[in-house]
Design a protein around this ligand. Sequence first.
Ligand code: ATP
Ligand code: MG
Length: 566
Amino acid sequence: MRVSKLFMPTLREVPSEAEIVSHQLMLRAALMRKLASGVYNFLPLGLRVLRKIEEIVRQEMNREGAQEILCSALLPSELWKESKRWDVFGPEMFKLKDRNDREFCLGPTHEEIFTDIIRNEIKSYKDMPLNLYQIQTKYRDERRPRFGVMRSREFIMKDAYSFDTTWEGLDESFNKMHRAYNRIFRRCGLDFKAVEADTGAMGGTGSMEFMVKSDIGEAEVVFCTSCDYAANIEKAPTFDVELEINEEYKDVKKVKTPNSRTIDELTKFFDTTPDKFAKTLIYRADDKVVAVMVRGDRDVNETKVINHLKCINLEMADEEIVKETTGANVGFAGPIGIKVDELLVDYEVKNAKNLIVGANETDYHIVNVNFGRDFEGTVGDFRNITNEDRCPKCGGKITINRGIEVGHIFKLGTKYSEKMKATFIDEKGEERPIIMGCYGIGINRTMAAVIEQNHDEKGIIWPVEIAPYQVIVVPVVMKDEEQVKAAENIYNKLQDIGIEVLIDDRDERAGVKFNDADLIGIPIRITVGKKIKDGIVEFKLRSSSEVIEIKEDEVVAKVKEALKMS
Ligand code: ATP
Ligand code: MG
């Protein structure tokens, strides 16, 4: 491809709308443009990368025996009502009606659709195991679309679904996908880790997320420094550790705390540390109101709360509900006299002594409050694990890092097949529900994650396998016929052996061409300049600052070697 003809509107300035590097570079390197919040159009270079990632995914899925199909994005509501997810998705689902007032949605995921296909076509144990997948556009009206295609409202997902007759079969299908995902993300040049993930309250027997290490990741991942334990923070458990506290139970006392409602303000007011407090957070859980108590220096783990309550939706209560349940303004909730359907008490709050809590009265707190003596509740693990906790597996020291979830593999079990009556006849002639797994990869998010991990101040550094082009040939002076001729010659020779190559034939200064080549991240640059008189050109890898002079007729061999082709 000739750069003079390529639709590649690169930007010199950093677009102000983009907060993170990958988003900035995807705009600057002309990979994509924004159409609306969380909705993007891909330009030629971006589309080439997307297609390459898709192709890696396809190859590795096929290699494990999965078969590609393609479903519609326009999905009738009936299937979602059968699985009871029409309402579960809530505002995240794009819903619409046709001219006859029939309800549809734009698919946010496809479990129901694949289950429906299978229940219509599969009758016998002989038809399984089976794994079907698609690479297709998904729609989710995310609460906070951000970071470009990292969290967008339209994105391409590879979603696979496995169908087995036994639980051992499911394990095997799951392990195959685990293997495929490892190969896929390795080929994309990512530094990643498969970590344990939450399976939710509604069933499912195992789940792992593929996390790319990155500070901008929205997920928090717990790693053990001694063993191989790694888990999403949503999943990592904490335990009931009874501490020896050398302190007498003291008498409860109400204290006026005007203008102090946050833990920060209160630690100053009482001149103490956050662990001496218990905070009481009020939530709406479906049609109930619940309160959750954790220590002042801890965070509520909403996934654990959802799993305990077996509820579908959990959100912080609004001001009105807080006032109703506590009889006070926001910031003074506490366990004594609160009017909620259930009070959840984290282990640490149960095990602490003489805590400071809200008094359920505006401008007041109560000191020396103790679980069992002054209030009761459901005790359990309701908080996030912290650096102070020990590894749930070996007791070692843990660290918590941020990660980008690029893939997710999940043992669904019979969750959908039971609800949607997807059954088969087993060897004994008995009817049983099909055992399922589901496996997703975000193609666009993977692309952004690769850029987060592979860039420098000049631009993207594409790993060879997913680069939009592998080589860029740069004639330095377009008016120099000898340079242009040699560059064209190299360009043709590389094309002859099937290499994807750009020639920057624009009548621009060399500096402009080099900047663009660096920005768009082409792995190999061949520069044809003055020394062509002596038959010499420059060879440079994007990932290195070293410039090597080579003979013109060595270019093909050198490129092949760098791309590891025979
Ligand atoms: P997240 O917790 O980040 O919202 P999720 O748990 O909703 O992700 P899944 O439903 O498991 O994600 O979807 C499978 C994959 O699709 C994810 O691992 C991710 O790579 C991708 N994905 C999900 N939501 C988005 C989005 N809004 N934009 C881009 N990719 C997404
Ligand atoms: Mg999501």
